[in-house]
Design a protein around this ligand. Structure first.
Ligand code: ADP
Ligand code: MG
Length: 293
């Protein structure tokens, strides 16, 4: 390999953790690692037990959910192994060396419509898989979609995408039950999050997909006001626009219709992830997506 692996942590296991950091989580750091048995490379999400003190249930939840979804869909992160030492917890998962979708969008200010379509198709099919298991992700955003590049380290239509970060994911059981606890990232949050009494469920992921598609098309957020309270209000009213027009005039109506359908304020009237696959926007994505997944 091009870089040296240093055994910087004393883990009595089959993996050597690299200094090379892939990213930072709220309570964790993610490093590249290598199996000493097979030589294969993975990602190691490392939790310091002292840091997560008081948040054990969140971690347990991430672990349980990750186990449930692993090896079921090519675009959903799989847990390969896990370790616990007196100080730390390690989740060994698939590796995505191409970084976050967020950075690819930021680099280029926005993506081409064909790319948006291919990415969205892949993401929606991953979400259909999660929802079929009654699992709601609750933190779909450009930072949690990683790229596994084919050859070149740039995003292309043939890059493979990986949906990661099950820290906020929940199993909704029974499927008609609602979650009442708030979690996620404000600018991606659906209106029903703020209705404590009604609660929320799978449709919050569909709303977040709408936010992401909007963001990929123009490079800025649909609901992003001066203050959090104003943002919340805009979300609850479904108050967004395709402006400035110069950013949106070249975007086709089927893309805007897709975004509009994700932004239906009443979750009961919002399409399901499976229904999104049937939209005119994604129907035309199917042949190309065969390449991207
Ligand atoms: P948190 O729940 O704290 O947000 P994440 O699981 O999202 O933690 O990981 C934080 C960051 O680490 C990600 O945004 C990404 O940049 C990087 N990362 C996480 N998992 C992987 C992976 N499997 N491969 C490569 N980078 C990863
Ligand atoms: Mg994250």
């Amino acid at each position: 390999t091009a870089y040296a692996f240093n055994k910087i942590f004393d883990i009595p296991c089959k993996y050597v953790i690299s200094n090379r950091k892939l990213g930072d989580g709220t309570f964790s750091s993610v490093h590249e690692c290598k199996s000493t048995v097979t030589g294969k490379h993975y990602a190691a999400k490392l939790y310091n037990k002292r840091t997560v003190w008081g948040y054990e249930s969140m971690l347990q939840n991430e672990f349980d959910t990750l186990k449930k979804v692993s090896h079921g869909h090519p675009n959903v992160l799989s847990l390969v192994d896990y370790f616990e030492t007196p100080e730390s917890l390690y989740l060994i998962t698939d590796l995505a060396r191409g970084g976050e979708l967020f950075d690819r969008i930021a680099e280029r200010s926005h993506l081409e419509e064909d790319e948006v379509k291919a990415i969205t198709y892949t993401l929606v099919s991953a979400v259909v898989y999660l929802h079929s298991k009654n699992i709601v992700h609750r933190d779909i955003k450009a930072e949690n979609i990683l790229i596994q590049p084919n050859r070149e380290l740039t995003l292309s239509i043939s890059s493979k995408l990986l949906l990661v970060d099950f820290g906020f994911a929940r199993k909704v059981e029974p499927p008609t039950s609602k979650i009442h606890e708030l979690a996620g990232t404000l600018s991606y949050m659906a209106p029903e999050y703020f209705d404590k009494y009604k609660g929320h469920s799978l449709p919050v992921d569909v709303w977040a997909i709408g936010v992401l598609v909007y963001f990929m098309c123009c490079g800025y957020m649909p609901f992003d006001c001066e203050t959090d309270d104003e943002t919340k209000e805009a979300i609850q009213k479904g108050d967004y626009s395709y402006e400035p027009a110069s950013y949106w005039s070249h975007i086709s109506q089927s893309t805007k219709d897709f975004i509009d359908s994700c932004f239906v304020v009443d979750p009961d009237n919002r399409p399901t992830a499976a229904q999104l696959l049937e939209s005119p926007f994604l129907k035309s994505a199917m042949p190309r997506s065969k390449v991207s997944t």
